[in-house]
Design a protein around this ligand. Sequence first.
Ligand code: NAD
Ligand code: TYD
Length: 362
Amino acid sequence: MILVSGGAGFIGANFILDWLAQSEETILNVDKLTYAGNLNNLASLKNDRRHIFVHADIGDSDTLTRLLKQHQPRAIVHFAAESHVDRSIHGPAAFIATNINGTFNLLECARHYWQSLDADAKAAFRFLHISTDEVFGSLGAADAPFTEATAYAPNSPYSASKAASDHLVRAYHHTYGLPTLTTHCSNNYGPYHFPEKLIPLIISNARAGKNLPIYGDGSQVRDWLYVSDHCSAIRRVLEAGCVGETYNIGGWNEKTNLSVVHTICDLLDELQAKPEGSYRAQIRHVDDRPGHDKRYAIDARKIERELGWKPSESFETGLRKTVQWYLQNDAWTAQVLSGEYQQWLAQHYHGSDTSATNPDLL
Ligand code: NAD
Ligand code: TYD
């Protein structure tokens, strides 16, 4: 079996669903269920004995130690994190607690467990750390895409906390020999994406007749990867990645934010036309995000060359599937837009903090 941390979140849930669609191997899913964790993402596994859910914080050593001893996983795939840049700007403490201290705790528990294994199990064990391209900082328009050798230059509290966790993972391999692997992926999109991130937010706001907020002039560039392509890359790295190595994962899909929003509006115009006019009319330029990284781009040639992985979706096919998924899953969006998310929005956008980056969200 394998242990997955953060498996109730966007990528973790997609990873578990994809994994169990093609493998009989059990997944032990350890998730704290923050605002971003949602067991409805895994509702289709309700009676599936291959999915074991444990509600726990990766900062809880006693629980992790007990789970590792009891279930003897052959690998840990570590997704759990605070993942939203805007939240990290307004409240960085949770990012330090989970992304840095939580990863440290998970590494410590993994190290003690790994050291207790027999020689064969020890050699086969893997700790796969899911990181981001954001640790490399921001590129200029003419710069070459990030490679695995690009120097770290994180700019937001989110990316700085992920960078710190990457360094800890690296050190645990170098110092203790823990068999680690690290991946750096670009921006994901697809089903079960929490509607605070650009693509699901735009789809949800457009359909609700709300403003579509674009930070600044919308010329910032991201590389987009359909989430199931990220999941297949993770499976491939887990299966064949070289211990101690890092792998960049990307979709070769650099797009400006404005063009992403235009494409979503055009898809909605086609698939769920308004009585009159285009969804583009709802676009509003709002204050820019502080410290907004201008461009991310991933050079994914190493994983293609060494592990034979390539994305299967283009941005056009992946985005169409994504918009269709949201059109067919209104109940999911309604559920995640209730409760704690609303409380956070109220505090973030209507409380004493007036530096909100996204006032048109509500
Ligand atoms: P997400 O915010 O949707 O989900 C995070 C999950 O982790 C949630 O289920 C949450 O409940 C859980 N979690 C948070 N703190 C926890 C804790 N202390 N203990 C246990 N569980 C905890 O995030 P995501 O978009 O699915 O991202 C998953 C991972 O992939 C993150 O490490 C992120 O940095 C990385 N990543 C994300 C993207 C992207 O575009 N979303 C791109 C590259 C890398
Ligand atoms: P986001 O989905 O938050 O991902 P990240 O910041 O990790 O790349 O944002 C993607 C891009 O979209 C980023 O450049 C910020 C921009 N953005 C907006 O213009 N408006 C929005 O409402 C949001 C959430 C993001």
